[in-house]
Design a protein around this ligand. Structure first.
Ligand code: KIV
Length: 266
């Protein structure tokens, strides 16, 4: 059992203390992130891009995810471990149940699924069977080929209305947490107010209940020359990775990150 549990995250939402989440893929960084006070370690399928060098998350397999979850578990010191189900690993209910078992048995405490209202059914089944689920809305990178690129979502009123409705429906279905990626700040603020479960943002303004960044991005490491608007390089001005991780946690907790310049308008 981690020291940070779902109950802790709920209390953080209620008290207004922001939740610091960071992606993590190995034992050494899990240890360092815990020393820095990170609440949630996200073993993201972003590993397909930052570790494996692919141009999307689509090639990541459930075996890849299980390997990195098990590595993170070995270095974890009390954070909650959230793991992504990769592309097509939850296309059917049977796949969702089977692959969640693989990740939970490897050491995850919660799983993350990308999608919208269609996730209600798998979320209900998983929650009934003891698997907490975080639903990822907004820019869902596994759907990049439908979305036509990595673009801000929810700018049009109809899209925004749909996202609000999806968020409520997924909470109702039993989602334990929401993650909003690249969503206008005002819309993310409304959704965070409307639901009782913690909402984590990335490129979603500073009114969500917590923040997440990809580890390599916040350390200023990139395979491309384009840095997304929502990223801040926490290595700048720091003498070590350890102090950069601490600076990230402090900035999330004191709400100096994200600043207005890291968010999107409608
Ligand atoms: O895979 C990942 O790292 C993610 C974050 C971008 C939120 O889902």
């Amino acid at each position: 059992m981690p020291e940070i549990t779902l109950t802790t995250l709920q209390s953080l939402k209620q008290s207004g203390e922001k939740i610091a989440m960071l992606t993590c893929y190995d034992a050494t960084f899990a240890h360092a992130a815990c020393q820095a006070g990170v609440d949630v370690l996200l073993v993201g399928d972003s590993l397909g891009m930052v570790l494996q060098g692919h141009d999307s998350t689509l090639p990541v397999s459930i075996a890849d995810m299980a390997y990195h979850v098990a590595s993170v578990k070995r270095g974890n010191q009390g954070a909650l471990i959230l793991a992504d189900l990769p592309f097509m690993a939850y296309a059917t209910t049977e796949q969702a149940l089977h692959n969640c078992a693989v990740l939970m048995q490897a050491g995850a405490h919660m799983v993350k699924l990308e999608g919208a209202a269609w996730l209600a059914e798998p979320i209900r089944l998983l929650a009934e069977r003891g698997v907490p689920v975080c639903a990822h809305l907004g820019l869902t990178p596994q759907a990049v080929n439908i979305l036509g690129g990595y673009k801000v979502q929810g700018r049009q009123e109809a899209q925004a209305r749909q996202m609000r409705a999806d968020a409520m429906a997924l909470e109702q279905a039993g989602a334990a947490m929401l993650l909003l990626e690249c969503v206008p700040s005002e819309l993310a603020a409304e959704i965070s107010q409307a639901v009782n479960i913690p909402v984590i943002g990335i490129g979603a303004g500073n009114a969500t209940d917590g923040q997440v960044l990809v580890l390599h991005d916040m350390l200023g490491l990139s395979l491309s020359d384009r840095t997304p608007k929502f990223v801040k390089n926490f290595m700048a001005g720091q003498s070590s990775i350890q102090t950069a991780l601490s600076a990230y946690v402090k900035a999330v907790k004191d709400q100096s990150f994200p600043a207005a310049e890291h968010g999107f308008s409608a």
